[in-house]
Ligand binder design. Structure first.
Ligand code: ACO
Length: 313
């Protein structure tokens, strides 16, 4: 067995912070409605920043903290459903900006909000055949680009940002993973390809039910695979930060102790593929996530997709 060892993380958020109060100036909503339904108070939206800027900011931070140089990287993956271009990929542009060697394996992957964990698994699987033993995995989104700012059903939910991790393959470690896909065009959709993508469409209630089902199911599967009987045997659970009510619902069903499930959507909203690496970086930087801790991560979103991983930090 082997598992990815996450050596360092980084994050990058655009400068502009938009509160629920700000949004209530343009759509019929309120901080009270949004916070009570989602746990979100504010989010960051790009003004002049591109998705590449965010990915680069997060990747540079992770690289610096890892102590590695560009010449050590063999794989560079970006999880995103809102890239700057259909082509070139953000990963290819990162190759140039970071100065990664030209034989680095670089591509974007779209698994929506499960994108970071799909990327982690893919990078881990690619590393044995890669030219060098380290990979950089990024989740980067500019969701404001595909949002209808007059649609109160969606414009209050999402935010822009990026998170990154530098990993290597560690043959002495083990991890457990779960991946899933359920083709569904009706509940979450961004139309394309085309000159201008349509605004994101989401049917909130079915997505809520789907999320509650797969998050709980994935956690139960991963606990069983690791021989654990309770979620409280873990040190941390980091779910995709779509809605505090989804997390609270699952935590209650699993009888989790207070604080086990991390939440930061109050400040970022739903940043899709970026939400898990942003959360990991916050936890590492605050000293709450330490080597040896048992961490379980679960992502879910458009596709529909879901992914979970249980590893020791
Ligand atoms: N402000 C005020 N009222 C609003 C707002 C708003 N921003 N948005 C909707 N409403 C209204 C609706 O119009 C509706 O009014 P009506 O009853 O008169 O028709 C009422 O509030 C209730 O709306 P619901 O849709 O029933 O609200 P719900 O409690 O289901 O919450 C929400 C909506 C927050 C979207 C929730 O369903 C949810 O979080 N779903 C899951 C989303 C998710 O997890 N997405 C992850 C994947 S995203 C990806 O992959 C890119």
């Amino acid at each position: 067995m082997s598992a990815p060892h996450i050596l360092a993380t980084g994050r990058c958020l655009p400068a502009r912070v938009v509160s629920n109060e700000d949004l209530s100036q343009t759509v019929d909503t309120s901080d009270q409605w949004v916070f009570s339904r989602t746990g979100i108070h504010s989010r960051h939206f790009c003004q002049s920043e591109t998705g590449l800027d965010l990915a680069l900011g997060a990747a540079r931070q992770a690289m610096e903290r890892s102590g590695l140089t560009a010449a050590d990287i063999g794989v560079c993956l970006v999880g995103t459903f809102t890239p700057d271009h259909a082509s070139p990929s953000t990963a290819c542009l990162l190759q140039r900006e970071l100065g990664l060697p030209e034989d680095t394996i670089c591509f974007d992957l779209n698994a929506a909000c499960a994108g970071f964990l799909y990327g982690l698994q893919t990078a881990h699987a690619l590393l044995p055949g890669a030219p060098r033993p380290y990979a950089i995995v990024v989740g980067a989104e500019v969701i404001s680009r595909v949002m209808d700012m007059t649609d109160r059903n969606t414009c209050v939910l999402f935010g822009d940002g990026a998170g990154a991790a530098v990993i290597r393959r560690d043959e002495t470690r083990t991890w457990h993973t779960v991946f899933g896909a359920r083709g569904d065009q009706s509940s979450i959709r961004v139309q394309g390809p085309g000159p201008v993508p349509s605004a994101i469409h989401m049917e909130g209630k079915p997505v809520f039910r789907f999320a509650a089902e797969v998050v709980e199911g994935s956690i139960r599967q991963l606990l069983e695979a690791d021989g654990l009987t309770s979620v409280n045997d873990l040190d941390l659970v980091v779910c995709h930060q779509a809605n505090a009510r989804i997390i609270d619902h699952v935590a209650k069903r699993l009888k989790a102790r207070e604080g086990l499930f991390y939440k930061n959507m109050d400040r970022y909203g739903n940043t899709s593929a970026a939400s898990i690496p942003i959360a990991l970086d916050e936890l590492v930087q605050s000293g709450a996530l330490l080597p040896g801790m048992r961490v379980l991560m679960v992502g879910f979103g458009g596709g529909l997709t879901w992914a979970g991983a249980l590893l020791r930090w």
